[in-house]
Design a binder for this molecule. Sequence first.
Ligand code: HEM
Length: 124
Amino acid sequence: MGDNNNNSENAVIYYSLEEISKNTGLNGTKCWIIYKNIVYDVSDYITEHPGGSELVTEYGGKESTKAFDDAGHSTDAKNMLKPYKIGELAMEDRNQKGVKKNIKSPDTPYRRGCLNIVSCGLLG
Ligand code: HEM
């Protein structure tokens, strides 16, 4: 009621690989993919995917980081993932080297950088 954002940094939902693997996009299920330890429900996007929905559904319910990066997606394409985030891969299902590295959620609010601070100073 009071809070209008259930998916803020302190309310991350973790999904196990087992649960994710049920969402293949086939047989009426949702299409979830894992990219860099983040879980995205891309069900509403797949029909718009350039080159066909099969390119995405092939990775439904699966780890897709390498395939997504190997496809040479643009920065725009990477940014398009953001609104589809539903949670993160359970810590126990991550590769050792993946732990911590992606702890910062892509939903983290944009913070003012140096340029903003400098220009504030200049403009008084
Ligand atoms: C998960 C596995 C995925 C694979 C293997 C994959 C693969 C590809 C390939 C091969 C292309 C080039 C198609 C062509 O030019 O005909 C492409 C383009 C594109 N894909 Fe994906 N894709 C995946 C997921 C996604 C997702 C989830 C999104 C967005 C939410 C996305 C957004 C785009 C966009 C915007 C393009 C146009 C080119 C660009 O801006 O990079 N893709 N993808």
